[in-house]
Ligand binder design. Structure first.
Ligand code: PGA
Length: 264
Protein backbone atom coordinates (compact mmCIF):
# COMPACT_ATOMS: atom_id res chain seq x y z
CA UNK A 1 0.00 0.00 0.00
CA UNK A 2 1.05 3.57 -0.52
CA UNK A 3 2.02 5.51 2.59
CA UNK A 4 -0.43 8.28 3.30
CA UNK A 5 2.26 10.88 2.81
CA UNK A 6 3.14 9.57 -0.64
CA UNK A 7 0.78 10.63 -3.34
CA UNK A 8 -0.21 7.95 -5.80
CA UNK A 9 1.65 8.64 -9.01
CA UNK A 10 -0.05 7.75 -12.26
CA UNK A 11 1.82 5.01 -14.08
CA UNK A 12 3.05 5.67 -17.59
CA UNK A 13 4.12 3.29 -20.33
CA UNK A 14 6.27 4.75 -23.08
CA UNK A 15 7.13 2.91 -26.29
CA UNK A 16 10.53 3.69 -27.78
CA UNK A 17 10.49 2.43 -31.35
CA UNK A 18 14.16 3.31 -31.93
CA UNK A 19 15.13 3.01 -35.64
CA UNK A 20 12.46 0.41 -36.43
CA UNK A 21 9.31 -0.12 -38.50
CA UNK A 22 8.26 1.19 -41.91
CA UNK A 23 5.51 3.74 -42.48
CA UNK A 24 2.83 1.11 -43.23
CA UNK A 25 3.83 -0.95 -40.18
CA UNK A 26 3.90 2.16 -37.99
CA UNK A 27 0.44 3.16 -39.17
CA UNK A 28 -0.93 -0.31 -38.54
CA UNK A 29 0.54 -0.40 -35.01
CA UNK A 30 -0.80 3.03 -34.12
CA UNK A 31 -4.30 2.34 -35.44
CA UNK A 32 -4.48 -0.81 -33.32
CA UNK A 33 -3.22 0.97 -30.21
CA UNK A 34 -5.57 3.87 -30.75
CA UNK A 35 -8.62 1.63 -30.84
CA UNK A 36 -7.43 -0.33 -27.75
CA UNK A 37 -6.86 2.90 -25.83
CA UNK A 38 -10.41 4.04 -26.49
CA UNK A 39 -11.97 1.22 -24.53
CA UNK A 40 -9.84 1.03 -21.38
CA UNK A 41 -6.74 2.04 -19.38
CA UNK A 42 -6.35 4.58 -16.66
CA UNK A 43 -2.62 4.99 -17.22
CA UNK A 44 -0.64 7.42 -19.32
CA UNK A 45 0.58 6.07 -22.64
CA UNK A 46 3.15 7.48 -25.04
CA UNK A 47 4.91 6.36 -28.20
CA UNK A 48 8.18 7.67 -29.55
CA UNK A 49 8.51 6.94 -33.28
CA UNK A 50 11.49 7.94 -35.44
CA UNK A 51 11.41 11.65 -36.40
CA UNK A 52 10.38 10.92 -39.97
CA UNK A 53 7.09 9.30 -38.88
CA UNK A 54 6.15 11.77 -36.14
CA UNK A 55 3.80 13.90 -38.22
CA UNK A 56 1.85 10.91 -39.57
CA UNK A 57 1.61 9.30 -36.15
CA UNK A 58 0.41 12.57 -34.60
CA UNK A 59 -2.19 12.86 -37.28
CA UNK A 60 -3.57 9.39 -36.63
CA UNK A 61 -3.55 9.92 -32.87
CA UNK A 62 -5.27 13.30 -32.93
CA UNK A 63 -7.93 13.33 -30.22
CA UNK A 64 -6.69 10.11 -28.59
CA UNK A 65 -5.13 9.94 -25.14
CA UNK A 66 -1.79 8.63 -26.44
CA UNK A 67 1.04 11.15 -26.25
CA UNK A 68 3.61 11.31 -29.04
CA UNK A 69 7.24 11.87 -28.15
CA UNK A 70 10.52 12.23 -30.02
CA UNK A 71 13.53 10.01 -29.34
CA UNK A 72 15.99 12.88 -29.23
CA UNK A 73 16.33 16.59 -29.89
CA UNK A 74 19.13 19.11 -30.29
CA UNK A 75 19.33 21.92 -27.75
CA UNK A 76 19.79 24.81 -30.20
CA UNK A 77 16.75 26.43 -31.80
CA UNK A 78 18.19 26.78 -35.32
CA UNK A 79 21.41 27.02 -37.27
CA UNK A 80 24.11 25.09 -39.07
CA UNK A 81 23.64 21.73 -37.36
CA UNK A 82 23.28 19.31 -40.25
CA UNK A 83 21.10 16.33 -39.47
CA UNK A 84 19.74 17.68 -36.19
CA UNK A 85 16.17 18.54 -35.17
CA UNK A 86 15.38 21.56 -33.00
CA UNK A 87 12.87 22.02 -30.18
CA UNK A 88 11.03 24.58 -32.29
CA UNK A 89 10.55 22.07 -35.10
CA UNK A 90 9.14 19.46 -32.73
CA UNK A 91 6.90 22.10 -31.20
CA UNK A 92 5.69 23.13 -34.65
CA UNK A 93 4.23 19.72 -35.39
CA UNK A 94 2.73 19.24 -31.91
CA UNK A 95 5.19 17.00 -30.06
CA UNK A 96 4.86 17.05 -26.25
CA UNK A 97 7.52 14.69 -24.97
CA UNK A 98 11.15 13.95 -25.74
CA UNK A 99 13.48 11.16 -24.66
CA UNK A 100 16.84 12.56 -23.62
CA UNK A 101 20.11 10.80 -22.90
CA UNK A 102 19.09 7.31 -23.97
CA UNK A 103 22.08 5.01 -23.45
CA UNK A 104 22.27 4.39 -27.20
CA UNK A 105 22.72 8.15 -27.67
CA UNK A 106 25.32 8.20 -24.92
CA UNK A 107 27.23 5.14 -26.11
CA UNK A 108 26.96 5.17 -29.91
CA UNK A 109 26.65 8.91 -30.49
CA UNK A 110 28.92 9.93 -27.60
CA UNK A 111 26.51 12.32 -25.93
CA UNK A 112 27.97 13.65 -22.72
CA UNK A 113 26.29 14.47 -19.42
CA UNK A 114 26.73 18.19 -20.08
CA UNK A 115 25.09 18.00 -23.54
CA UNK A 116 22.30 15.98 -22.00
CA UNK A 117 21.86 18.65 -19.33
CA UNK A 118 21.58 21.30 -22.09
CA UNK A 119 18.97 19.17 -23.86
CA UNK A 120 16.94 18.72 -20.68
CA UNK A 121 16.98 22.49 -20.14
CA UNK A 122 15.99 23.17 -23.76
CA UNK A 123 13.16 20.65 -23.48
CA UNK A 124 11.84 22.34 -20.33
CA UNK A 125 12.18 25.78 -21.83
CA UNK A 126 10.00 24.68 -24.72
CA UNK A 127 7.43 22.92 -22.50
CA UNK A 128 8.19 19.35 -23.45
CA UNK A 129 8.12 16.54 -20.93
CA UNK A 130 11.73 15.31 -20.91
CA UNK A 131 12.21 11.60 -20.29
CA UNK A 132 15.73 11.55 -18.92
CA UNK A 133 17.41 8.14 -19.22
CA UNK A 134 20.13 6.95 -16.90
CA UNK A 135 21.68 3.56 -16.28
CA UNK A 136 24.93 1.72 -15.62
CA UNK A 137 26.85 -0.81 -17.70
CA UNK A 138 27.49 -4.37 -16.58
CA UNK A 139 30.98 -3.67 -15.20
CA UNK A 140 29.65 -0.92 -12.95
CA UNK A 141 26.86 -3.18 -11.68
CA UNK A 142 29.28 -6.03 -11.00
CA UNK A 143 31.44 -3.69 -8.96
CA UNK A 144 28.37 -2.89 -6.85
CA UNK A 145 28.42 0.73 -7.97
CA UNK A 146 25.13 0.98 -9.89
CA UNK A 147 23.38 3.31 -7.46
CA UNK A 148 26.40 5.58 -7.09
CA UNK A 149 26.87 5.79 -10.86
CA UNK A 150 23.22 6.48 -11.64
CA UNK A 151 22.99 9.08 -8.87
CA UNK A 152 25.92 10.91 -10.45
CA UNK A 153 24.31 10.77 -13.90
CA UNK A 154 21.11 12.22 -12.44
CA UNK A 155 23.04 14.96 -10.64
CA UNK A 156 24.83 15.94 -13.86
CA UNK A 157 21.68 15.71 -15.99
CA UNK A 158 19.61 18.01 -13.76
CA UNK A 159 22.30 20.58 -13.01
CA UNK A 160 20.79 24.07 -12.54
CA UNK A 161 17.21 22.92 -12.94
CA UNK A 162 14.72 24.83 -10.79
CA UNK A 163 12.22 23.45 -8.28
CA UNK A 164 9.43 24.31 -10.64
CA UNK A 165 10.94 22.50 -13.56
CA UNK A 166 12.24 19.36 -11.90
CA UNK A 167 8.70 18.04 -11.37
CA UNK A 168 8.14 18.05 -15.13
CA UNK A 169 10.91 15.53 -15.78
CA UNK A 170 10.25 11.79 -16.00
CA UNK A 171 13.28 9.68 -15.12
CA UNK A 172 13.86 6.30 -16.74
CA UNK A 173 16.31 3.92 -15.10
CA UNK A 174 17.60 1.70 -17.88
CA UNK A 175 20.57 -0.49 -17.06
CA UNK A 176 22.58 -0.77 -20.28
CA UNK A 177 23.14 -4.51 -19.82
CA UNK A 178 19.37 -5.06 -19.81
CA UNK A 179 18.57 -3.09 -22.98
CA UNK A 180 17.74 -5.29 -25.93
CA UNK A 181 19.46 -8.26 -24.32
CA UNK A 182 16.47 -10.18 -22.97
CA UNK A 183 18.01 -9.88 -19.47
CA UNK A 184 15.69 -7.88 -17.24
CA UNK A 185 16.99 -6.27 -14.05
CA UNK A 186 15.12 -7.85 -11.13
CA UNK A 187 12.32 -5.83 -9.57
CA UNK A 188 14.26 -5.72 -6.32
CA UNK A 189 17.42 -4.30 -7.94
CA UNK A 190 15.46 -1.81 -10.05
CA UNK A 191 13.63 -0.57 -6.95
CA UNK A 192 16.95 -0.01 -5.15
CA UNK A 193 18.15 2.27 -7.96
CA UNK A 194 14.82 4.05 -8.28
CA UNK A 195 14.89 4.73 -4.54
CA UNK A 196 18.42 6.11 -4.83
CA UNK A 197 17.20 8.44 -7.60
CA UNK A 198 14.27 9.62 -5.48
CA UNK A 199 16.63 10.20 -2.57
CA UNK A 200 18.90 12.46 -4.56
CA UNK A 201 15.85 14.41 -5.75
CA UNK A 202 14.72 14.67 -2.15
CA UNK A 203 18.10 15.97 -1.03
CA UNK A 204 18.36 18.50 -3.84
CA UNK A 205 14.74 19.68 -3.81
CA UNK A 206 12.31 18.39 -1.16
CA UNK A 207 10.42 15.29 -0.08
CA UNK A 208 7.23 16.77 -1.42
CA UNK A 209 8.73 17.47 -4.83
CA UNK A 210 10.54 14.14 -5.05
CA UNK A 211 7.31 12.28 -4.28
CA UNK A 212 5.61 13.81 -7.28
CA UNK A 213 8.25 12.73 -9.81
CA UNK A 214 7.80 9.60 -11.89
CA UNK A 215 10.73 7.21 -12.09
CA UNK A 216 10.39 4.39 -14.63
CA UNK A 217 12.26 1.20 -15.39
CA UNK A 218 13.40 0.17 -18.88
CA UNK A 219 15.35 -2.75 -20.35
CA UNK A 220 13.93 -5.95 -21.90
CA UNK A 221 10.42 -5.33 -20.60
CA UNK A 222 7.88 -7.90 -21.79
CA UNK A 223 4.36 -8.64 -20.62
CA UNK A 224 5.72 -11.91 -19.20
CA UNK A 225 8.38 -10.32 -16.99
CA UNK A 226 7.16 -6.85 -15.98
CA UNK A 227 4.44 -7.69 -13.45
CA UNK A 228 6.86 -7.82 -10.53
CA UNK A 229 8.26 -4.39 -11.39
CA UNK A 230 5.16 -2.44 -12.24
CA UNK A 231 3.25 -3.58 -9.17
CA UNK A 232 5.87 -1.88 -7.00
CA UNK A 233 5.10 1.64 -5.79
CA UNK A 234 8.68 2.71 -6.58
CA UNK A 235 8.38 1.90 -10.29
CA UNK A 236 6.08 4.41 -11.92
CA UNK A 237 6.04 2.88 -15.37
CA UNK A 238 8.14 1.48 -18.16
CA UNK A 239 10.17 2.60 -21.14
CA UNK A 240 9.66 -0.22 -23.59
CA UNK A 241 11.78 -0.85 -26.70
CA UNK A 242 11.35 -4.09 -28.66
CA UNK A 243 8.05 -5.06 -27.02
CA UNK A 244 6.47 -1.75 -28.06
CA UNK A 245 6.66 -2.70 -31.74
CA UNK A 246 3.82 -5.20 -31.52
CA UNK A 247 0.40 -3.77 -30.68
CA UNK A 248 -0.83 -6.82 -28.80
CA UNK A 249 2.29 -7.17 -26.63
CA UNK A 250 2.48 -3.43 -25.90
CA UNK A 251 -1.21 -3.46 -24.94
CA UNK A 252 -0.55 -6.32 -22.51
CA UNK A 253 2.19 -4.28 -20.83
CA UNK A 254 -0.17 -1.31 -20.55
CA UNK A 255 -2.75 -3.69 -19.04
CA UNK A 256 -0.25 -4.67 -16.34
CA UNK A 257 0.32 -1.01 -15.46
CA UNK A 258 -3.41 -0.39 -15.41
CA UNK A 259 -4.01 -3.29 -13.01
CA UNK A 260 -1.14 -2.10 -10.81
CA UNK A 261 -2.80 1.31 -10.43
CA UNK A 262 -5.80 -0.41 -8.91
CA UNK A 263 -4.02 -2.85 -6.64
CA UNK A 264 -1.16 -0.79 -5.19
P1 PGA B 1 14.30 -2.85 -24.87
O1 PGA B 1 14.74 -1.31 -24.97
O2 PGA B 1 12.93 -2.88 -24.23
O3 PGA B 1 14.27 -3.34 -26.31
O4 PGA B 1 15.33 -3.54 -24.05
C1 PGA B 1 14.42 -0.40 -23.96
C2 PGA B 1 14.97 0.95 -24.28
O5 PGA B 1 16.08 1.02 -24.81
O6 PGA B 1 14.33 1.98 -24.01
Amino acid sequence: MYNNDIMKRKKIIIGNWKMNLSLPLAQDLILKLKSESEKKWDVDIAVCPPYIYLAQVLNILKGSKITVGAQNMYYKEEGAFTGEISPLMLKDIGIQMVIIGHSERRQIFKETDSEINLKVKAALQHDFTPVLCIGEDLGTREKGKAEEYVTQQVTNGIKDISKNDIEKIIFAYEPIWAIGTGKICSGEDAVKVNKAIRNILKEKYSTEISNKIRILYGGSIKSANFGEHISNEDIDGGLVGGASLKAEEFAKIIDLADKAMVTI
